[in-house]
Design a protein around this ligand. Structure first.
Ligand SMILES: Nc1ncnc2c1ncn2[C@@H]1O[C@H](COP(=O)(O)OP(=O)(O)OP(=O)(O)O)[C@@H](O)[C@H]1O
Length: 713
């Protein structure tokens, strides 16, 4: 381990997994992203004779692993649909000769393949059988094992066919690895892969599948939500200052919502930092060779920051990523039907600090982002809304520890037991003491009773609705605050006609006066009302755009049925409390003072003296520790240029093949994988509205102009 992999000590459950593996046991190992799963099979692989077969869903992950292993001097190969014919032949003949040679010299220690290779390629199974007969088949490793289960979130049909392995190689030990595995998925893994019932890895009896599970919590990751300035330029300058001050010359990722955002952010970060921050762009349209080059430059540190969409990170193994910034709260567009937004955020931010050292995970958030996100996910209707709300709840929360928020979210949404978050030092519900909410000075936020303000918003909205008008999230805030002349568009043509009339809202008569909140606070309250069902979003699509409007939610009447006097006298049984930042917001002095905005405690948004700056404090860092995480996004599973496969399904005709037919073409199988993925992706795209990804300026007067043009990745 020290000599080949340069690793000094085992971490989490690595040692136990290696030992069980060396003992020839079936093992299930659940370890967070970046926890160090690879070592649990790579170390036994180099210590035992023969070849270890690794099944992985990600070509990019395989490439990365091979690169690492080759650097470490380990003989490893990969076989995918994209492997050139000549290399395939060479690898196969090396494996075949390994099978018939006594000597262990020059053995291929690890052979990485896609699941299709097993499911549909007889020739390859025959080759494995040769190895097996020659006692040179050491073990089977199934990475991302949760993909076998259709109960999980990343089901891959070809993974299900891996059940063939136990049939054909009954006594070859199987190591199933995953970062995310709720109990029902675990049971499915055992059933499909035909592994025995689990026994506890800490005291395993002689029979059964040895089960190891490391805590999900990674205490080296420090989560912070920072207020996002309103202008795009200021957002970039804030990020630039943050990076230069906290992570100068350290590697990081900036996740953006769209490809266009990734491109503009990369360019602007370079410009604003005067070249001090070297950036690269990664998204699905970037050609493969450029992606690979970027990956190399980033690994060696020539590129400091990769500005990317969700396409980046899959299977990327870079230990020293010191920060992951989210330009905008993340919604997993490609995985909308299966993946929740907070899962996505957790997974992406989890790409920081894989080496176990301190790293920062920063999300730039402003309530207005919800408008854009909502419109992007609108085609997925109600389900999408729940996912968005999880993310909004997380971002809006300024009190609860981020670790506890994650623990509650995951245990509620995926059956992961709360104790997945328990570590040797702390219980799941103990505060982490190092996230923004744990370290935030109490005086930096105000918890206000805003029942009256909520009532005003709901009353204003009811007035708009009573005239057949429509209003956006931004629009309702402005209208309640009496901005834009206090006008809105009412429908005067009846249901079928579209005639509109600009109507003057009488704030005094409708809501007893103007809403006394700043724009930002009003929007924070509107989001609060939205995620708590006092308000609801509706989506109206035209041929080219999707407009997002806000309407009264299921609980609106609980407040709006009371009079202003009732509210003031406390007769309304519902109390709306909301936290507002007292410090940590934008300043007009964008340039020089932006440095101070790196931490949430920096600026006073509400302060009349906006130029008064609290001195900058570096973000707090805590002691380094173990990893935690979630499943990998497998959305770039496909090498699009892979060779077409015969549609043969090997599992339907299990048979032993003793000889390799010399002339048989290698039926490359990954195309099927790619095809299904591309199909779903195209479908997703078709359903969405495409466009420039920008939002026109809005006014309370012309809410229909708050049109959102969308582009998705
Ligand atoms: N015991 C250890 N001590 C220090 N670093 C380690 C240790 N084990 C693994 N690492 C390093 O941690 C990083 C992550 O390891 P690895 O890629 O195996 O994680 P993983 O669990 O497979 O994550 P993922 O699920 O994202 O693929 C690698 O850079 C690896 O070298």
């Amino acid at each position: 381990m020290k000599k080949i992999f340069g690793i000094q000590n085992f971490r989490l459950c690595q040692e136990g997994v290696c030992n069980a593996n060396m003992d020839g046991r079936d093992v299930v190992c659940i370890m967070p992203t970046g926890g160090g799963k690879s070592l649990t099979y790579q170390l036994p692989a180099v210590l035992t004779p023969g070849c270890t077969l690794v099944i992985s869903p990600l070509i990019s992950l395989m490439r990365d692993q091979i690169l690492h292993l080759k650097e470490a001097g380990v003989n490893a190969v990969m076989l995918t649909g994209g492997t050139p014919k000549q290399s395939v032949n060479e690898i196969q003949s090396r494996l075949a000769s390994m099978a018939t040679t006594e000597s262990n010299d020059n053995e291929i220690k690890l052979c990485y393949v896609t699941p299709e290779k097993i499911a549909k390629n007889q020739r390859f199974i025959a080759l494995l059988q040769k190895l097996y007969n020659g006692k040179k088949f050491a073990r089977i490793v199934i990475d991302e094992a949760h993909c076998v289960s259709d109960l999980g979130h990343d089901f891959r049909p070809d993974y299900k066919k891996l059940s063939v392995l136990r049939h054909v190689f009954p006594d070859i030990p199987i190591l199933a690895l995953s970062a995310t595995c709720p109990p029902k998925v675990l049971q499915d893994i055992l059933k499909i892969l035909q592994m025995g019932p689990v026994v506890d890895g800490k005291a395993a009896p002689l029979h059964g599948t040895v089960h190891f599970s490391a805590p999900l919590y990674r205490k080296n990751l420090h989560y912070t939500i920072l207020p996002k300035p309103s202008s795009a330029k200021e957002v970039i300058s804030t990020m630039s200052e943050y990076i230069l001050q906290n992570h100068k010359n350290e590697s990081g990722i900036v996740y953006c919502l769209t490809k266009k955002d990734a491109e503009t952010t990369a360019e602007a970060l370079g410009t604003i930092s005067k070249g001090a921050i070297k950036t690269g762009v990664y998204h699905s349209d970037v050609p493969d060779d450029i992606k690979e080059r970027l990956h190399t430059l980033w690994r060696e540190g020539t590129v400091q920051v990769v500005c990317a969409t969700i396409a980046f990170g899959l299977g990327i193994d870079k230990g020293n990523v010191r920060f992951v910034l989210h330009h905008t709260a993340r919604i997993f567009i490609a995985h909308l039907s299966t993946q929740k937004s907070l899962d996505g955020y957790y997974q992406e931010s989890g790409r920081a600090g894989r080496d176990g050292k301190d790293a920062d995970c920063v999300l730039y958030y402003r309530p207005q982002d919800a408008t854009r996100l909502s419109s992007i996910i609108c085609s997925e209707a109600a389900e999408g809304q729940t996912k968005l709300r999880d993310m909004l709840r997380f971002a809006q929360d300024m009190k609860e520890c981020r670790k506890i928020l994650f623990a509650k979210y995951f245990s509620a949404s995926s059956d992961l037991a709360m104790n997945s978050w328990t570590t040797e030092e702390a219980n799941a519900m103990d505060r982490c003491n190092h996230c923004d909410n744990c370290t935030r000075p109490p005086e930096s936020i105000a918890n206000k009773d805003v029942t009256l303000e909520a009532w005003q918003i709901l009353k204003t909205l009811a007035a708009v609705e009573s005239r057949g008008g429509r209003v956006t999230i931004n629009g309702i805030g402005d209208l309640a605050r009496g901005l834009g002349g206090g006008k809105f568009d009412a429908n005067v043509g009846g249901k079928r006609k579209k005639a509109k009339e600009s109507v003057q809202l009488d704030c005094e008569a409708v809501a007893g006066g103007k809403l006394q909140l700043s724009k930002d606070d009003a929007e924070a309250l509107i989001i609060h009302l939205l995620i708590n069902d006092y308000l609801k979003e509706v989506f109206l699509s035209t041929a080219y755009t999707v407009n997002v409007y806000v309407v009264s939610g299921a609980k609106a009447l609980r407040i709006s049925r009371f009079s202003r006097a009732d509210i003031l006298e406390g007769k309304c049984p519902v109390k709306i409390e909301c936290s507002f930042r007292l410090q940590g917001r934008k300043s007009k002095a964008a340039g020089k003072k932006a440095v101070a905005r790196q931490s949430p405690e920096m600026y006073d948004f509400n302060s009349p003296e906006e130029d008064e700056v609290v001195p900058a404090k570096p973000l707090r860092k805590a002691a380094a520790s173990k990893g935690k995480g979630k499943s990998k996004d497998t959305s770039d599973i496909v090498a699009v240029d892979e060779i077409t496969d015969s549609e043969e399904d090997f599992t339907k005709q299990i048979r032993m093949v003793d000889e390799l037919p010399e002339s048989e073409e290698d039926d490359d199988e990954d195309e099927t994988w790619g095809y299904s993925f591309r199909t779903s992706r195209q479908t997703t795209k078709r359903r969405r509205v495409s466009g420039g990804g920008s939002r026109k300026p809005t006014s309370s007067k012309t809410n229909d102009e708050d049109v959102i043009s969308l582009s998705s990745d």
